[in-house]
Write a protein that binds this ligand. Structure first.
Ligand SMILES: *Cc1c(COP(=O)(O)O)cnc(C)c1O
Length: 231
């Protein structure tokens, strides 16, 4: 578990430098620790270092980790669903999570709305937008994102539409990554300034291990980092 501390120290160091360069404050960026590959002991080590926001994309591992961490009551822990979400998994996922980063259709939003109302819950949701134009990636087309945001904020009252999420291509081409994040940021600003944007719309979930420094420079409020912590 020494390694986890070392990894987090190094990560925090680099986040701080990126914030400084961008003229931003560390506390304005939420680090979502992505637990996909992490053991329960590793997750506990991150928790013990004071981190309270975790992200997962598979239901079994989410459930197991959620239950394990719930046993340590000091401080509120928040779990985020970060990956592709099938509609038939919504009712199992929703009781465990505060936020969902991967809403990319009206049908999925409708399913979350229905379940949230039943549970008397109001989850935060991000629209996942495919700003990198990679064929196989999930996410709504950037040209349709504002319309979907409009529909969701108008029709669904058990959802807090808090912002946009985008994944950049996994590449060492920083220009490519920057332009993907800029597209997301422009879209974010456009929706934020529209008449239909809910007052809670203010978050941009961009940046992973490969590109969180670029994401911070481009305006990320949430970075979702796994490998840099757990590998
Ligand atoms: C796995 C994953 C991450 C974290 O990726 P790393 O490269 O391990 O930091 C972030 N977001 C999503 C949607 C993921 O699936």
């Amino acid at each position: 578990m020494e390694q986890i501390k070392k990894n987090l120290d190094k990560l925090e160091q680099r986040i701080s430098v990126a914030c400084e360069k961008a003229g931003r404050k560390r506390e304005d960026i939420l680090l979502v620790a992505v637990t996909k590959t992490a053991s329960l002991e590793q997750i506990k080590a991150v928790y013990d270092l004071g981190y309270r926001c975790f992200g997962e994309n598979r239901l079994p591992h989410l459930k197991e980790s959620y239950e394990f961490i719930s046993k340590f009551p000091q401080g509120q822990v928040q779990w985020d669903m970060i990956g592709h979400l099938q509609r038939n998994k919504v009712s199992a996922i929703l009781p465990l999570v505060h936020r969902i980063h991967s809403v990319d259709s009206l049908r999925l939003a409708a399913e979350i709305e229905k379940t949230a109302a039943k549970l008397d819950k109001k989850p935060d949701i991000f629209l996942q937008v495919n700003c990198s134009a990679e064929e196989q990636k999930y996410g709504i087309d950037p040209n349709q994102a504002a319309e979907l945001a409009h529909q969701i904020s108008e029709q669904f009252h058990s959802l807090n539409l808090v912002g946009l999420m985008t994944m950049a291509e996994f590449t060492s081409d920083t220009h490519k990554i920057t332009s993907t994040f800029r597209l997301a940021k422009d879209l974010f600003e456009k929706i934020k300034s529209s008449s239909f944007a809910p007052s809670c719309f203010g978050r941009l979930s961009i940046g992973m291990t490969n590109d969180y420094e670029i994401a911070i420079a481009e305006g990320a409020t949430d970075i979702r980092v796994g490998s840099a912590i757990f590998a």
